[in-house]
Design a binder for this molecule. Structure first.
Ligand SMILES: [Zn+2]
Length: 174
């Protein structure tokens, strides 16, 4: 496994819509393993393939356990599609491709997504809370959209100063 270099805005690969994955093979599964390792090293909760410079419709998500000692909840999303979403809530969000910033924006209360898992089997996922937010964030990445483009007032983007603030942001960075 390897830690990959995370691309930062304004790298053009982040703005390009990604291509669908055609073949799920050992090379793709090794990329998935590297993406998890990269996400973990960067303390993110998700990572899209174009954030490591690979313009494919592939993302990983790892939701930290609520209780200590419990395993992280990992999701592999190949060719994910948003089926439905509903509700609105104001969230704090950060992004590994826009380090040291965070912003407030509106995300759905719940989402329903379908995707293929790392073996190529289709699954559906209904999510709320942090997982729903991470799913929207990563699907946005795959369509070439960054969270700052969803903010109504872009001047509300805050710079991180305190260490405890940084921890909050990392909880919602992908
Ligand atoms: Zn991001």
């Amino acid at each position: 496994m390897a830690v990959l270099r995370i691309r930062h805005a304004p790298d053009p690969v982040l703005k390009r819509k990604t291509a669908r994955v055609q073949k799920i093979d050992a090379a793709l599964q090794s990329l998935i393993d590297d993406m998890f390792e990269t996400m973990e090293t960067a303390h993110g909760v998700g990572l899209a393939a174009n954030q490591v410079g690979i313009s494919l419709r592939l993302a990983v998500i790892g939701i930290p356990a609520e209780e200590e000692g419990q395993p992280r909840q990992d999701y592999v999303l190949i060719n994910p599609e948003m089926i439905k979403k509903g509700g609105e809530r104001l969230v704090d969000e950060g992004c590994l491709s826009i380090p040291d910033y965070r912003g407030k924006l509106t995300r759905a209360e719940w989402v329903k997504v379908k995707a293929l898992d790392r073996e190529g089997k289709e699954f559906r996922l209904k999510a709320e809370g942090l997982l729903a937010q991470a799913l929207e964030h990563e699907l946005d990445h795959l369509n070439g959209t960054l969270y700052i483009e969803r903010m109504r007032e872009q001047n509300t983007l805050d710079t991180l100063t305190a260490i405890d603030e940084r921890e909050t942001v990392e909880a919602a960075a992908g």
